[in-house]
Design a protein around this ligand. Structure first.
Ligand code: ATP
Length: 430
């Protein structure tokens, strides 16, 4: 404790290749590097400068060569650990780096020429997938590459609000607090927080996203050489496993990193053994990864939505807009009321078309507190294959006056009248 400054000031000296693991309490925490160099999930902390970390964030400050860290505030927990899998992670990075250099050296417009690595990170929930993707992305960006980050996790996505799959080029190491930038992201709104709600739709959107990236890569040798890092969800059994295989295939992954599960590793190794151009690599889970229960995940999802509209530390104010029912068209994809089996011809299947787009009657369906995506589709039949420009949050539905009021992150008219509803709702709590 430094006398006279603050009783909560604390210095921690870290030896080389060790980390300080922190769970922020309900109050923000300030932290800085006073000596040496340190990074948070692959992104270096600038010397001396205080950064503020939001409540409940869990992270580690790692140092390769030793550092002294200063913290100001009360943490939920903080401890140092000298056993980490960081060396194995950075070795993976070195191999990817070599492949990027090889791809760059032989860049030609020929679609058969070598490409940068397409890395997919898989593993059970709480194995550190998102964290490893962040490191690989930041280390690559630090060396001047512009890798594409792809997030297929509709439950705990890192780019935008839950229920979406998205991709974004990364040009600099990630901000240690803000994470992934949203301004250049390509976003598809699936609308639910688990692929189980509509597996066909999820797969279709994954395919759409992959196709668009494939086209972008054709015209952009720099991105092509840098390759992709793909984050997946922790659902790895049954349909979840099939969806992983689907993603590996759809994105033409060349490196599959399996975190923390022997069984998944051997299953993938086995099914992919006929593909000589796919490497399946097993990696240890970090002891620092914090297991998060259902409630935590739900809270984290709500915070993501709040962050979208209000900013990370509530520094933004969203705009409230009101539209007449007739000025917007709301659609939903899949599901819909199914005809009872008795009403169908014998032998037919009552499952409705998972990709069918149906208009939502605003007067009849309760859209209050729904998150709606603003689609780039020009016609309803393009909704499934269109990405979205952003989201609005429905705060009021006035059936008498036929008006709908919503929050949007930017002012003015919506870029499109076509809105897409899923099952995602939010109860604003402040
Ligand atoms: P999910 O399947 O739910 O998406 P995941 O496998 O992607 O989970 P992460 O999100 O990477 O797991 O990690 C879980 C939590 O643990 C995160 O809050 C992350 O910041 C934290 N965490 C990861 N590694 C460390 C570490 N070394 N020290 C402290 N916290 C860590």
């Amino acid at each position: 404790t430094v006398p006279g400054v603050s009783s909560n000031l604390k210095q921690v000296k870290l030896d080389r290749e060790s980390e300080l693991r922190i769970e922020v309490s309900d109050e923000p925490l300030r932290l800085r590097v006073v000596n040496g160099t340190a990074e948070i999930f692959g992104s270096e902390l600038p010397p001396e400068i205080w950064r503020t970390f939001p409540p409940r964030l869990k992270f580690a400050v790692f140092t390769w060569y030793g550092a002294t860290i200063e913290m100001d505030g009360v943490t939920e927990t903080d401890y140092t650990a000298d056993e980490t899998p960081m060396v194995s992670y950075v070795n993976v990075h070195a191999i990817l780096d070599a492949r990027r250099r090889f791809a760059k050296a032989s860049t030609s417009t020929d679609s058969e020429s070598p490409q940068g690595p397409r890395v997919i990170v898989v593993g059970p929930t709480d194995s550190g997938k998102s964290t490893l993707t962040k490191m690989l992305i930041s280390w690559a960006a630090k060396q001047g590459w512009k890798p594409t980050f792809v997030d297929l996790d509709v439950g705990q996505g890192s780019i935008t609000i839950p229920g979406s799959i998205a991709a974004t080029p990364i040009e600099m190491p990630l901000d240690t607090v803000e994470g992934f930038p949203l301004d250049m992201a390509l976003v598809y709104y699936y609308g639910h927080t688990t692929p189980a709600n509509n597996v066909e739709l999820y797969k279709t959107m994954v395919k759409e996203l992959a196709q668009v990236l494939e086209r972008q890569f054709l015209g952009n040798p720099e991105s092509r050489a840098a390759g992709m890092v793909i984050n997946t969800m922790g659902w790895i059994d049954g349909i979840g496993y099939e969806l992983l295989l689907h993603a590996i295939e759809t994105f033409n992954a060349s490196v599959v990193l399996v975190l923390g599960q022997e069984k998944l590793f051997s299953m993938l190794k086995d099914v992919l053994k006929s593909k000589s151009n796919v490497d399946v690599v097993k990696l240890h889970k970090s002891g620092g990864v914090v297991a998060r229960n259902r409630d935590y995940r739900k809270t984290a999802r709500n915070s993501r939505i709040q962050e979208y509209f209000y900013g990370l530390s509530k520094e933004l104010s969203p705009y409230a807009n009101t539209s007449s029912f007739s000025d917007v068209q709301v659609f939903r994809i899949g599901g819909g009321p199914q005809a009872p089996r008795s009403a169908l011809p014998i032998g037919s299947d009552p499952v409705s078309n998972p990709l069918r787009v149906t208009p939502v009657n605003i007067e009849e369906r309760d859209l209050l507190h729904s998150i709606l995506a603003v689609s780039y589709a020009e016609e309803p039949d393009q909704i499934v294959s269109s990405n979205v420009s952003g989201f609005v949050y429905v705060t009021e539905v006035d059936v008498l006056r036929k008006k709908i009021t919503y929050l949007a992150p930017s002012p003015g008219a919506l870029p499109s009248k076509i809105l897409v509803a899923g099952s995602l709702t939010w109860l604003e709590s402040h």
